[in-house]
Design a protein around this ligand. Structure first.
Ligand code: FPP
Length: 225
């Protein structure tokens, strides 16, 4: 039976969820943050799951209206500030992937602080993809290793990426069927699950069902049965 050791989620649908309820998009993001907490806690209690990587802010999200970007930045900071205790309580190590240099000094400081304070935790690794784009990640990785004298190998490039672990299962909520520049290298053999559920309505029950379906899939990694 497969184990979903590394699960990654494209959390889509906050805005539509809010609009359907006659609320502001910001409220969709706020409920979305609550779901992040619930799903992370659930994963931290499942011994098979080692890493949970969540697409929280993409390199393309800067194109949104300024007020929405500002709101998302504030929400992220608030989430991380309030989450530290919870991470420690559940032995969760927090890490950020993506180019966080684009964020305000104060948000960068918060991110670094939570990373440092949870560095000793050896339970679940929760990675938030922040100002993350897979193409940008690959370019930054190539630039890190381009001055080596020998040919670049797969292992060298992999090791230079922000996220060094292959992903087993990628889930996208919100009805679209695409990867949107998320973990393109790490998803080489990932199983992809798409659900119409909007992120604020996503539940641990639905995640449990997806994981159950995943465990039954025959994964061949290009080989034969
Ligand atoms: C997509 O909804 C969601 C995002 C912009 C990224 C995910 C953000 C959150 C879950 C909230 C904050 C997260 C943390 C970790 C504090 P959308 O606005 O694209 O929805 P739409 O497609 O319905 O417009």
């Amino acid at each position: 039976m497969n184990k979903a050791r590394h699960i990654a989620i494209i959390m889509d649908g906050n805005g539509r969820w809010a609009e359907l309820k006659g609320k502001k998009r910001a409220e969709g993001h706020e409920v979305g943050a609550k779901i992040v907490r619930e799903i992370t806690e659930f994963c931290s209690k499942n011994d098979d799951i080692e890493s949970l990587t969540l697409y929280a802010f993409s390199t393309e999200n800067w194109k949104r209206p300024r007020l929405e970007v500002e709101y998302l930045m504030k929400l992220l900071k608030k989430y991380l500030d309030s989450e530290l205790e919870n991470y420690l309580q559940h032995n969760i190590r927090f890490e950020a992937i993506g180019d966080i240099r684009a964020f305000s000094k104060s948000l960068q400081q918060t991110i670094k602080n939570v990373q440092e304070k949870t560095a000793h935790c050896d339970g679940l690794v929760q990675s938030l993809a922040l100002n993350y784009g897979a193409q940008d990640e690959i370019i930054r990785a190539v630039n890190r290793i381009k001055n080596y004298e020998n040919d670049i190998t797969e292992a060298m490039l992999k090791n230079a990426l922000d996220c060094k672990h292959d992903v087993d299962l990628i889930i996208r909520t919100g009805g679209d069927h695409r990867l949107s520049n998320f973990l393109l290298w790490q998803a080489a053999y990932a199983e992809l699950f798409f659900t119409d559920t909007l992120w604020p309505d996503f539940t641990t029950n639905e995640l449990e069902k997806i994981i159950k379906d995943f465990t039954k899939i025959e994964r061949r990694f290009g080989g034969l049965k």
